[in-house]
Design a protein around this ligand. Structure first.
Ligand SMILES: *Cc1c(COP(=O)(O)O)cnc(C)c1O
Length: 375
């Protein structure tokens, strides 16, 4: 007997759950006759900034571009190094190279999978030889869990360099009562379909409380125009289109409930797993579970076993950036040589996680976890 597989991610279910609202938003955008940088985009930017708690949000084409635009708005380019992590979507590092800067990759704290602030502090004080000066830090709130931002900001502040939050996986995660993406000079979000807030295509957001920086980013995303057809600076084309903006406006009012549903699913998985396998939550923060990730030494076997029970799993990410073919042997690392990152890459496994999982499916996943891990 073959069982239907519960997929690890399911963006189609996200569309179907809000089909009426999304279809009418798309129809509205189509019939408006205006398809790029219009009323839907402006309204989405205002609504997103209000939801996030920043004064400005600027839509762009994707999360990678959001990072590149943020870096450019800080004057980061050739002759600058940027500290980031290797245990992330390759986009984080690709964006640094996109602006012509040089990445230097810091290891993770193995409990939370986010940047190790102690190693960052050491690298800022004593950078690896042969590197241009480190001019910025990108901190990734990976899997929906806030990084140790206060410690990272304190280290960066000692050297007078800015921190950029990569919130591509953490829309709505909080530190204290404040949402990530509102703490630093500039922050970035991806709106890729599987993210906590996902378009039905590509999209990204840069957020800031600085009006001048916001205007600068808004110009950079469209050829450096402040006035139509006049480029004050050499920009790029990285616009969020009106159809995606309309879809995002339909989805944004449901984001907090969707994150709460992810957290409830995470609590159910916790209860089905031995305590040692449960993801560790950082004290004083709320985790929005873009992914529910556990470490399993015999990952391939566990994934096959779960699959046999109808449970899809994923691996985020099977190879750290510095070991991927495009980056191998040419990226500067901190003194820890990304040892914890390499262990995580071998052992991380992601369970099904999206708000539209039914209660019945969650029970099926939990039953599978109990059978496989013997809780
Ligand atoms: C998804 C993601 C990005 C890039 O977003 P795109 O929209 O795919 O360009 C950047 N950083 C992290 C951590 C991500 O998960």
């Amino acid at each position: 007997m073959s069982v239907a597989i519960i997929p690890q991610a399911n963006p189609g279910a996200g569309y179907r759950a809000l089909k009426t609202e999304i279809d009418s938003a798309v129809a509205r955008a189509l019939s408006s006759g205006w398809y790029i940088l219009g009323a839907e985009g402006r309204a989405f930017e205002a609504e997103y900034a209000a939801w996030l708690g920043t004064t400005r949000a600027i839509g762009c084409a994707n999360g990678t571009d959001a990072l590149a635009l943020a870096l450019r708005s800080l004057g980061i380019g050739p002759g600058c190094a940027v500290a980031a992590v290797s245990h992330t979507a390759v986009a984080t590092v690709a964006a640094i190279e996109l602006v012509g800067a040089t990445p230097v990759l810091i290891d993770i704290d193995p409990l939370h999978y986010t940047m190790d602030p102690a190693e960052l502090d050491a690298v800022l004080a004593n950078p690896p030889a042969g590197l241009p000066p480190i001019r910025a830090v990108i901190v990734v709130h990976l899997y929906g869990q806030p990084a140790d931002l206060a410690a990272i900001q304190a280290s960066a502040a000692k050297h007078g360099i800015p921190v950029i939050e990569d919130c591509a996986q953490a829309h709505g995660a909080t530190i204290g009562a404040q949402k990530v993406g509102s703490f630093t000079e500039v922050s970035c979000f991806s709106l890729y379909p599987t993210k906590n807030l996902g378009a039905l295509g590509d999209g990204g957001v840069v957020a800031t409380n600085d009006a001048e920086r916001a205007d600068n980013i808004a110009a950079l995303r469209q050829y450096g125009w402040r006035t139509h057809y006049i480029s004050d600076s050499a920009g790029v084309n990285s616009r969020l289109d009106e159809i995606q903006a309309a879809i995002l406006r339909a989805k944004l009012p449901h984001l907090d409930a969707a994150n709460a549903r992810r957290q409830a699913i995470a609590a159910a998985y916790d209860a089905a797993l031995p305590a040692a396998l449960r993801p560790v939550r950082r004290a004083g923060t709320s985790h929005v579970f873009h992914q529910y990730v556990l470490l399993v030494a015999d990952r391939a076997a566990v994934q096959a076993d779960l699959r046999g029970r109808g449970i899809g799993t994923g691996v985020h990410y099977p190879a750290p950036v510095h070991l991927q073919p495009a980056y191998l042997d040419r990226i500067a690392l901190g003194p820890a040589r990304c040892a914890a990152t390499e262990i995580a890459a071998r052992e991380v496994m992601s369970l099904p996680m999206y708000p539209e999982l039914t209660d019945d499916e969650v029970v099926r996943v939990c039953d599978g976890l109990r059978a496989v891990f013997g809780q």
